[in-house]
Design a protein around this ligand. Structure first.
Ligand SMILES: Nc1ncnc2c1ncn2[C@@H]1O[C@H](COP(=O)(O)OP(=O)(O)OP(=O)(O)O)[C@@H](O)[C@H]1O
Length: 246
């Protein structure tokens, strides 16, 4: 569904991605993990086509060949931070329908927006302005807007940031459900344990490189020490691995 073939990226002179390849298929839920500054967000922005680099393909076609409107129907990106504005929550989510809309929204556009609000549990906020809601609520609005695009590829940068424990679980369950429905879901995560519980595949990055990529079998105390420079113990609770920094 989405593929990066040996991509590199520099901000000016500074190379922050060094030859990363990744292929994410339909129905996969991938978490990208790694320390601050590893290049995770940069990589995600390259996958989203926001940062231009050669070697990213969406459904087999170079991302840079897609007209923006067409790309928005296939791929949605949820940034780490969104700025609140004067639009209502409903209208903000409706912006996700822009690639499909003429001058006015159709019945279907409105229905998709309602459905997205419902999936994020924020229907009752619909008429509030986004500068009148909490940071966590705004995060959910941003995810709902991405869902309204009805994308096949969903890229989310730290989607559980700002969220309380219950909302974190809801968002991760939703991400898992979306993958089960066939979307390719890629999230950058800091919360390793949350990632281990919900994602199915883990990509560890450090210094702009991919260090490991695979299912739970790639996890080891050695890997965490190599990637994060921290000694950890990996235990298990209810069959789910739990990483405890020592
Ligand atoms: N717009 C920019 N201009 C110049 N350098 C940047 C820019 N954005 C990020 N960088 C640098 O690129 C490197 C990778 O940053 P990136 O945000 O991709 O890392 P990250 O793994 O997502 O980090 P974090 O976990 O802290 O969000 C960092 O050293 C950062 O300082």
């Amino acid at each position: 569904m989405i593929e990066a073939k040996d991509i590199s990226f520099s901000y000016g002179e500074r190379e922050v991605l060094r030859g990363i390849s990744l292929e994410v298929g339909e129905g996969e839920f991938v978490a990208i993990l790694g320390p601050n500054g590893a290049g995770k967000s940069t990589f995600l922005r390259c996958l989203a086509g926001i940062l231009k680099c050669d070697g990213v393909f969406v459904k087999g076609r170079p991302i840079n060949d897609y007209p923006p409107r067409e790309l928005s129907k296939v791929l949605a990106y949820v940034p780490q931070r969104v700025e609140p504005g004067f639009l209502t929550v409903f209208d903000t989510v409706l912006l996700g329908r822009r690639p499909y809309m003429g001058l006015t929204p159709s019945e279907r556009d409105l229905k998709v927006v309602e459905e997205a609000l419902k999936r994020l549990g924020i229907e009752e906020l619909a008429l509030k302005r986004t500068n009148e809601i909490s940071g966590g609520e705004l995060q959910k609005v941003s995810i709902a807007r991405a869902l309204a695009q009805e994308p096949e590829v969903l890229l989310m940068d730290e989607p559980t940031n700002n969220l309380d424990l219950k909302s974190q679980l809801e968002v991760m369950r939703l991400a898992r459900e979306l993958a089960r429905e066939g979307k390719a879901v890629v999230t950058v995560m800091h919360d390793v344990n949350l990632a281990l519980r919900f994602a199915k595949r883990f990509v560890f990055m450090k210094d702009g490189r991919k260090i490991a990529d695979g299912g739970l079998e790639v996890l080891s105390e050695k890997l965490f020490e190599e990637v994060y420079g921290v000694k950890v113990e990996i235990g298990e609770v209810r069959g789910v691995p739990v990483v405890v920094p020592l």
